[in-house]
Structure formats: structure tokens, C-alpha cells
Design a protein around this ligand. Structure first.
Ligand code: AMP
Ligand code: MG
Length: 353
């Protein structure tokens, strides 16, 4: 019965991805960063590890929140600045800027005023007037984030930051670190579309991570078999509103201020775990989160070009509006197509065909 229930819960996907174990471990399920999260550990000091993860992510949420007036990010956004003591947030912002530069601005945490203009911060959705977007767009861009010699960060007037596109990935990096320190070798964390799998399942097999079907989010476009990895999905179907029959989703093109219309319906970025040597700070979880958002904005061609450049170590599953699922060849033996999904599956190779 319990197993049946577990299977039912696994089928009821709350987020973009899910990973299900068979044996019972020690789990924590909680709500943070605007999403449902769950962490399950199977060995080591599992009990301590999952509660430490939960506490850490609650505290990170409070510090990164844009809606809490006393959070570190709110203070930065209201002109107070980020003091040097908030070194971890400063490091996260530095990584965000690196990923913004790497993706020619497709990922950009300074989209905050645009996100607010569309109502995604408060859930009071609206289509902003072009005049309003024209007023906000000049304040978007990493060059408006200023680093003082003393380690403080301030923003140019009118610029605000939103870490919604990267914070859960960073949270997954922290999961890996805490699980590692607690001697856990088999675990998985599901943080709202951000999955981290540690080691393999207790039975020794790979974790199975479903890639949600953007057209029918209760089903899959495929399943990944992963060990020691991050898998992060961004999709227009995850958060949106409709007006006059048109859908407006939460991933914005920083160049136009409008929801990105790139021909993609979801992007899943997969990368190896950081490894126990990594220590703290942003790692591959953060990278996957930034790139899933960025590549969704960039669209198929630019995303493939970026992947082929090989500057960063990751693989991709992209679902297109015209019914294709593109899988980069690093995942060839890890991706299982979904029978009857109706998608046409294509492998993308490292060298242009
Ligand atoms: P994700 O679900 O990781 O793709 O992140 C989407 C969230 O990141 C949105 O809800 C916004 O808060 C923020 N965001 C939207 N567009 C961008 C963008 N182009 N670059 C960075 N963050 C963004
Ligand atoms: Mg993201």
C-alpha cells in the first residue's frame, strides 16, 4: 500500500522534474522559494542532513526574497546596498553576472523591474504598456550592478535584481554540500524543477528523473537515468497567465521585456554533481538553473551553438513548439523516449551534421 502511495505521489508531478526512489529514506517536504521542495536521504546521518537542508533553505529564502522588505535582496533593491558580510550572496550575484555575460544577456538578474511590471512578483498579472517597458529597459543589464572595493554591492538607480532564475539551483548546490558533510551517499532533492541526485538509488540503479511534457504536464516527454547529477528544467508552462486567448509566461527576454518566444516549450540542463571537493558556493546546480532559463530565451539554434562551444560542461533536453525533443549526445545512453508521446526525437551531436 505504502509503495502504491509512493508511486502515486511520484506520478503527481508538482514540478518540472521528479525523481523517485523505491526504498524508504528519511525525507523532508517543505515550501520555500515559492515552491514545493523535498529532500530524501538514504544513508549516513540522513536525519540530520535533511533537517539541516530544510533549515538552510528556509534561511536562504528569507535572505533572497524580493517580497520580504527586510531581506538582503530587498535592501539591495531599495538602495541600501549589500554589505561585504553577505559574501555568499555576493558570490551568487557574481556567478549570475558570469552566466549573463556567457549568454549575451539572455540570463539577466536585473530583469526584476520587468518581472514586477508583468505582475509575476505579486501574482496580480497584467500586460505592461510598451511605454512602461521602454522606461524600465534602460535599467536592465549587469553593468548596473556595482562592486565596491570593500566588497559591498550597490545598484544604479532604477535597477533591481531578482534571483528567481538561479536561487533554486544555488539551493541545490547547498544540498549537495550538506549531504556530503553528513556522510550521505544516496539521496535526491527536488526543488521546484531543480533536481539533484546523489550517488545512485539504494538498490544501486540510477535515479529516474522525468522530463515533464510541456503540452501535457501530467505526462513525460522522456525520462533521464542519472547518478551524481543536476537536472534543471525551465518551461513557459510552469508559470503563466492568459489574456485574450494568449499565454504570457514568466521567462522574460531581457532585450524586449516580453516573455521569450523562442520556439522552445522547455529546456532541461543536465550537469555532473560538484563532487565532495567543491566545498561551498555556487556550483553546477547554480549553472544548470541559470542556463535552463537562458537557453529557453535563446532558442534552439543559439542554445545548440552555445552547447557546442563546450565552454561549460552540460547536456540538454529541449522540447520545441513544433513537436520535437532534442537531446544532446552526452545524454544518448541516459535518455529514454516516452512511447506514445507524439514527439519526434532527435539527437544533437557535438559537431554540426
Ligand atoms: P526559471 O524558472 O529558473 O527559468 O526562472 C524564472 C524566473 O527567473 C522568473 O520567475 C523570474 O523571476 C526570473 N527571470 C525571468 N526571466 C529571466 C531572465 N531572462 N534571466 C534571469 N531571470 C529571469
Ligand atoms: Mg533558472
Amino acid at each position: 500500500m505504502r509503495r502504491l502511495l509512493a508511486a502515486a505521489l511520484c506520478a503527481a508531478l508538482i514540478t518540472g522534474l521528479s525523481a523517485c526512489g523505491q526504498e524508504e529514506g528519511t525525507s523532508a517536504e517543505f515550501y520555500a522559494m515559492d515552491t514545493n521542495m523535498s529532500v530524501t536521504a538514504y544513508d549516513g546521518n540522513a536525519q540530520n542532513a535533511v533537517s539541516a537542508v530544510r533549515d538552510e533553505l528556509y534561511s536562504l529564502d528569507l535572505r533572497l526574497s524580493r517580497t520580504r522588505i527586510d531581506s538582503a535582496i530587498s535592501r539591495l533593491n531599495t538602495g541600501v546596498g549589500l554589505p561585504a558580510e553577505e559574501a555568499d550572496i555576493s558570490q551568487l550575484i557574481t556567478s549570475a553576472i558570469e552566466y549573463s555575460d556567457a549568454t549575451a544577456g539572455a540570463f539577466d538578474i536585473t530583469v526584476a523591474p520587468l518581472v514586477s511590471a508583468w505582475g509575476f512578483t505579486t501574482d496580480h498579472y497584467q500586460i505592461p504598456k510598451q511605454k512602461e517597458l521602454d522606461r524600465l529597459l534602460p535599467h536592465v543589464g549587469s553593468s548596473h550592478i556595482l562592486f565596491g572595493g570593500d566588497g559591498t554591492i550597490t545598484l544604479d538607480g532604477g535597477t533591481k535584481i531578482d534571483l528567481g532564475g538561479i536561487a533554486k539551483g544555488y539551493a541545490s548546490d547547498l544540498c549537495e554540500q550538506i549531504l556530503s558533510e553528513s556522510g550521505v551517499t544516496s539521496a535526491m532533492a527536488s526543488l521546484g524543477g531543480n533536481i539533484y541526485v546523489r550517488g545512485s538509488k539504494p538498490d544501486g540503479s540510477a535515479w529516474r528523473v522525468g522530463v515533464q511534457d510541456p503540452q501535457k504536464p501530467s505526462g513525460f516527454a522522456g525520462v533521464l537515468s542519472l547518478t551524481d547529477a543536476y537536472a534543471v528544467t525551465s518551461g513557459g508552462y510552469q508559470r503563466y497567465f492568459e489574456e485574450n486567448g494568449k499565454r504570457y509566461h514568466h521567462i522574460l527576454n531581457p532585450a524586449t521585456g516580453y516573455p521569450a518566444e523562442s520556439g522552445l516549450t522547455s529546456v532541461t540542463v543536465v550537469a555532473p554533481a560538484n563532487g565532495d571537493e567543491h566545498g561551498d558556493g555556487p556550483g553546477h546546480g547554480t549553472m544548470c538553473d541559470a542556463f535552463s532559463t537562458a537557453l529557453f530565451v535563446m532558442g534552439e539554434e543559439k542554445a545548440v551553438e552555445f552547447w557546442r562551444s563546450g565552454v561549460y560542461d552540460f547536456d540538454l533536453v529541449m522540447v520545441t513548439e513544433d513537436g520535437r525533443v532534442l537531446v544532446t549526445d552526452g545524454l544518448a545512453d541516459k535518455f529514454q523516449q516516452e512511447d506514445g508521446s507524439g514527439y519526434a526525437y532527435e539527437t544533437v551531436s557535438g559537431n554540426p551534421a
